[in-house]
Design a protein around this ligand. Sequence first.
Ligand code: UTP
Length: 294
Amino acid sequence: MEVRKAVIPAAGYGTRLLPASKSIPKELLPVVDRPAIQYVVEEAVAAGVQQVIIVTSQGKEALADYFDRAPGLEAVLAQRGAADLLASVQRLYQLAEFVYIRQHEQLGLGHAVLAARHAVGREPFAVLLPDELAISQPPAVGVAMEVARQRGGSAVVVAEVPEAQVSAYGIIAPEALEEGIWRVRGVIEKPRPEQAPSRLSLTGRYVFAPEVFDALDEVPPGPKGEIQLSDAIDLLCRKQPVYAVSFVGKRYDVGTPLGLLRAGVELALCRPDTAPAVRAWLRKLVQELADVTP
Ligand code: UTP
């Protein structure tokens, strides 16, 4: 079945980006000239998604404003003949149909996905984390959709991480099926390196059968009351097929200051309008560093 809906959980506090994220949702912090979440919405839309369900929380109303019409601003831009700017602003509300759900308490990623249950209904859907940018062609979530469509069940996108980093991620227990595709036999959230069943980590791109909501209902909350999506995938994969597909492309963790900076510089280097100036600046910077470093 075709995946028409994508859930973007964006209700977290974003503490790793404080103080910037105190009054601006971290998803709206810019990467070059557009908010991080726009890249993620565009990825979902490129994969065929028609409805984007954004899970928000108190203080994050600016997210809905961003993807809404701004008649006053549009009129001014039209009056000034700023056609490109006008098109860039008008494009936002035409990207998809946007639905907003409030997560009343930040009780974890799994809890945020569960908040979208009624908006999704009983159909397959995608989940994309807005603090992970996945730059690839075809879009990462689209690759997972294709695997789920062909094989049935759910599919997650995974990437290999160094052993020293497994304890920062959800790690899958994989059973190899073919090059770059595995059947998921279990998931451990943030394992110690000696506990990790592989080095394949979840990347924040998922396509779920609706039964994931039942799994989310069933998993016990953690010590701080949080419901983990990884625990629900661990449960789901014991009841019905969950596949993993390897990510091919560039990923940026834009939930941290350094990741945000890296994404900005590297993505500016990929754009014809910004690449020449950024390349020249970096060359000069490298030269200056070489001059001061013995
Ligand atoms: P993170 O833990 O990476 O994001 O959750 P965070 O909580 O916003 O940031 P830090 O850790 O305090 O810096 C991954 C995604 O899940 C969402 C977040 O908004 C983020 O996009 N999330 C997390 C929710 O929507 N609700 C939650 O209760 C927790």
